[in-house]
Design a protein around this ligand. Structure first.
Ligand SMILES: [Fe+2]
Length: 242
């Protein structure tokens, strides 16, 4: 199932050529997920989505993504062949404001669920947020904390990231909206969650650290916070004590 090409370097700012079949998977994923994010995504995601202006027709190239992202937040995207990255090199890139995007694109039989994050997840799920300074300030809390943490603390930090930036929920007005990129890029799980089929608990440090994250199934529990600022404050409770 490998899609790696011989000419691909480990990390690259170069744009890659994708096949028509890969662009078609992107187009169909985008078309299918757009109504879900319009209905369920938090206000921050929708604001960033409008600013980023992703193509509905083809996989975006790095240069066009960075044209939208870097002037606004100082972050840039970098391609990697790594399929499910080890957290240590990941956070070293994070510390340099580099957001890694895999060159792996799911195949047509994986439209509903891919256990490994693919470029649709990385781009459609994460990058709309990365044009917003208030959001990148949140992301910038993680690397310094992770890089000075003990191995056990690092597992807790990964869990805090998983249940916030990947799978978090946020209260907006009297509604619960989707904040996490893993849900925003998942046709199956976003609906499962928003139909009330996943138990939701308050996002506190103690609640989150007590749970094991699910990678190969839908999450069995998710966590909700009141705002991005409230999430930052809760993360700071853990990070400031390291
Ligand atoms: Fe992700």
């Amino acid at each position: 199932m490998t899609l790696h090409r011989n000419e691909t370097v480990a990390l690259s700012g170069r744009d890659l050529a994708f096949s028509q079949a890969q662009h078609a998977v992107w187009r169909d994923l985008y078309a299918r997920q757009l109504p879900n994010v319009q209905k369920y995504a938090c206000a921050e995601y929708l604001q960033g989505f409008a600013l980023l202006g992703l193509s509905a027709e083809r996989i975006p190239q790095l240069a066009e993504l960075n044209t939208a992202i870097t002037p606004r937040t100082g972050w840039r995207t970098v391609r990697t062949v790594v399929r499910y990255s080890d957290a240590v090199p990941w956070y070293h890139h994070f510390a340099k404001r580099q957001f890694l995007i895999t060159d792996y694109m799911r195949e047509r039989h994986e439209m509903d669920f891919t256990p490994e994050p693919d470029m649709f997840h990385d781009i459609f799920g994460h990058l709309p947020f990365m044009v917003l300074p208030g959001y990148t300030a949140l992301q910038e809390l993680f690397a310094p904390a992770f890089l000075k943490a003990t191995p056990q603390q690092r597992e807790n930090i990964k869990r805090l990231a998983w249940f916030s930036t990947e799978f978090g929920l946020i209260r907006q007005g009297d509604q619960t909206k989707v904040f996490g990129a893993g849900l925003l890029s998942s046709y199956g799980e976003i609906q499962h969650v928003m139909q009330g089929k996943t138990p939701v608990r308050p996002f506190t440090m103690e609640n989150v650290i007590g749970y094991e994250k699910a990678i190969y199934t839908f999450n069995e529990v998710l966590f909700v916070f009141d705002s991005v600022e409230a999430l930052k404050a809760e993360l700071a409770r853990y990070f400031d004590a390291l």
